[in-house]
Design a protein around this ligand. Structure first.
Ligand code: Q9C
Ligand code: ZN
Length: 679
């Protein structure tokens, strides 16, 4: 798997600017690009990326998606005076021409294609292109919404043709509907287009019927267009995460793309005057991290909107930092989607049920906007009497101040070492590079540690010794000297139990333990300082389950991987609801999941607890160790194997657990009838 992150930025693209007064277009300023780049510099992210130059997209490349007339009109504006430019601009909804617009738009297209080439040729694993003008509103024959050429659509079409790709996923997290992209790929089953957008029951621009959840694609493309309309402003981190867990990610894993392209607008972030949403910059780290698990990590992020300069810059930095493999900051805010978000999620699931196997046994039905009964326009309301423009101005400054503090709170020093192990089983040469070997404790040290309060657990000398390497790695994680670690153990269940107790005693307030296999000893979870999810084959009595001890009965299909639905539909939502500060993942005897399923779980759980993960694995499992170690260093997402849709029985298992726990762990909510949401 390729390594490295490409960054494409060319100052030339700041020359496109509005020459006259126009209150609709005046937010799309050159500083969007330059200040984002400055922000990347100040976090020292620029020097960590591979610089890839932009180039002009060729006419032929532009014609992959656009009409000849559109190209000619755009070309003709290069030599126009201001009056003429203004007149052509008036032919479009929300676009301005500058003499350099054509050149810049060609650079924006070329930058996107350079990124696709760098990723597809394996020069880098992933990357981001900072471009202007943006692209996703642009249509075959028209400029629209600040967009001249559809950079992302051209990139997808180019990737199909040049690399023969058959499945490309476009994730459009810009706050506007990329109707241009939808029109271009509407009938194309090889491009899965997902967009969430501010909609407000069609009141928000571009106010199209076809932006609603029932626009699922046309002809052969039916099922490959996913619209998730937000009917209120004020959507936040938990709403976005819920959309990923319950809509996008299951679709994406079933689709199994060969390349993922993000239409990366940050007007869906807090403070944006267009979006009016509440999501904070770190949410983009999480979204990026999820998408990095697809397409063997091949991820191209291409800038679209984003009009609050500070919010934009911080969000761009969170994205690039995550692409580089840095630990993911903890998400902030209440972990519960709002009622309006859940309604939209429920509706898009219902609309897509006929087209997706993972939805086949979910009982989805449409819901009619219960949330509109509320008089509040905002999902997370904060009523005010100031007039609109004053609110916007005050808010811009307020958000700047908020973000200044917020980023200091959530950012943390990256531990000097990412992954640690002791290599005690003589398996160190089998582990991926970048795994750091730490020295084991000697007997007396271990004894000192264990003797007092673990004495009840440790009866044999041999067991005691096996805990030595566990402790030495765990301690480095707890002291934040390393980010994550992996230990082999002859008694994984015991090691996990001791690790949990030790972490809590060390001062960690919420430790998540995901235990795969027979968990011979079940720790006391009553104080809520641990949450244990035991994925086991044996049926356990429902009564043993509690808010902090959940048993998930699962037996992976022998023919392929059907574990996605459990991870996305249950484990991740519970984990995100709990917000652990450490994750312990243990694999004991009689594991009921395959290596790829466990590795995916490890990779996804790295999104929590500032990526602090401790993996404990039965010492007989060498190839599992290797694969988990790879997931921990972020080196690769193992191939998932054949997608096997969950059986009705398995869907029912998840459904039952969801019903049982969604009042406690609210990120599980994906429909309104069987659960009450925040507001
Ligand atoms: N009354 C992007 O974010 N607003 N484009 C038009 C007309 C246009 C946004 C309002 C917003 C375009 C890439
Ligand atoms: Zn936008």
């Amino acid at each position: 798997m390729a390594s490295g992150t490409a960054l494409i930025y060319d100052e030339e693209m700041t020359s496109h600017k509005l020459l006259w007064s126009d209150p609709i277009c005046d937010i799309e300023v050159p500083e969007r690009l330059s200040s984002s780049y400055e922000q990347l510099r100040s976090y020292h992210l620029v020097e960590r990326c591979v610089h890839v130059p932009a180039r002009e997209g060729s006419e032929e490349e532009i014609l992959l998606v656009h009409s000849f007339e559109h190209l000619e009109v755009a070309k003709s504006t290069q030599t126009m005076n201001e009056d003429e430019l203004k007149r052509v601009s008036e032919n479009y909804d929300a676009f301005f021409f500058h003499p350099s617009s054509y050149h810049c738009a060609r650079l924006a297209v070329g930058a996107a294609l350079q990124l696709v080439d760098a990723v597809m040729a394996g020069k880098v694993r992933n990357g981001m292109a900072l471009v202007r003008p943006p692209g996703h509103h642009s249509q075959r024959n028209a400029a629209n919404g600040f967009c001249l050429f559809n950079n992302v659509a051209i990139a997808a079409e180019y990737a199909k043709q040049k690399y023969g790709l058959q499945r490309i996923l476009i994730v459009d997290w810009d706050v506007h509907h990329g109707q241009g992209t939808q029109y271009i790929f509407e009938e194309d089953p090889s491009v899965l287009y997902f967009s969430w957008h501010r909609y407000e029951h069609q009141e928000f621009w571009p106010s199209l019927k076809e932006s609603d959840y029932d626009a699922v694609g046309l002809g052969k493309g039916k099922g490959f267009n996913i619209n998730l309309p937000w009917n209120k402003v004020g959507m936040g981190n938990s709403d976005y995460l819920a959309a990923f867990f319950h809509v996008l990610l299951p679709m994406a894993f079933e689709f199994d793309p060969e390349l993922v392209i993000v239409s990366s607008g940050y007007d869906s972030g807090i403070g944006d005057p267009e979006g009016q949403m509440n999501a904070t910059p770190e949410v983009f780290a999480h979204l990026t991290h999820f998408l990095m698990q697809l397409a063997n990590g091949k991820l191209c992020v291409i800038l679209e909107g984003g009009y609050h300069l500070k919010s934009l810059g911080e969000s761009v930095c969170m994205t690039v930092k995550t692409l580089l493999g840095d630990p993911v900051p903890q998400i902030t805010g209440e972990m519960a989607p709002c009622l309006s978000a859940v309604e939209s999620i429920q509706n898009v699931r219902a609309a897509h049920k006929p087209y997706w196997k993972w939805l086949a046994y979910e009982d989805t039905s449409f819901v009619q906007n219960l949330s509109t009964k509320s008089h509040l326009k905002k999902a997370n309301s904060n009523p005010s009497t100031e007039d609109e423009s004053q609110i916007t101005k005050n808010n811009t400054v307020k958000v700047e101040r908020f973000l200044e503090l917020h980023m200091q709170n959530i950012l943390f020093p990256v531990p000097p070492i990412k992954t640690a192990t002791t290599g005690s089983e003589g398996s160190e040469h089998l582990l991926p590079e970048h795994v750091h070997l730490v020295k084991e404790m000697d007997k007396t040290e271990i004894k000192a540690l264990v003797s007092d309060f673990y004495a009840d657990l440790v009866k044999e000398d041999k067991t005691l010794l096996s805990l030595g390497s566990m402790f030495v790695i765990l301690d480095k994680i707890l002291k934040k000297e390393v980010c994550n670690g992996i230990a082999a153990s002859p008694t994984a269940a015991l090691s996990a139990a001791v690790a949990l107790r030790h972490s809590v005693r060390f001062g960690f307030q919420r430790v998540l333990c995901v235990f795969v296999g027979d968990m011979q000893m079940i720790p006391n979870t009553e104080d809520g300082k641990m949450l244990v999810i035991n994925i086991c084959e044996k049926e356990q009595s429902r009564k043993t389950s509690s808010k902090h001890y959940i048993s998930l009965n699962w037996k992976e299909d022998a023919g392929g991987n059907d574990f996605f639905s459990a991870v996305l539909g249950f484990i991740l939502p519970v984990a995100y609801s709990y917000q652990p500060n450490l994750t312990v993942i243990a694999v004991g005897p009689n594991r009921n999941l395959g290596i790829s399923g466990i590795s995916l779980l490890v990779a996804l759980l790295r999104g929590l607890a500032e990526s602090r993960v401790f993996a404990v694995i039965e010492d007989t499992e060498i190839s599992l160790m290797q694969s988990v170690a790879k997931a921990l260093v972020g080196a690769s997402t193992p191939p998932f194997g054949i997608y096997v849709p969950p059986t009705q029985e398995k869907v029912n298992t998840i459904k039952a657990l969801r019903d049982q726990f969604q009042q406690e762990w609210k990120m599980l909510q994906c429909s309104v009838k069987d659960g009450i949401s925040r507001n």
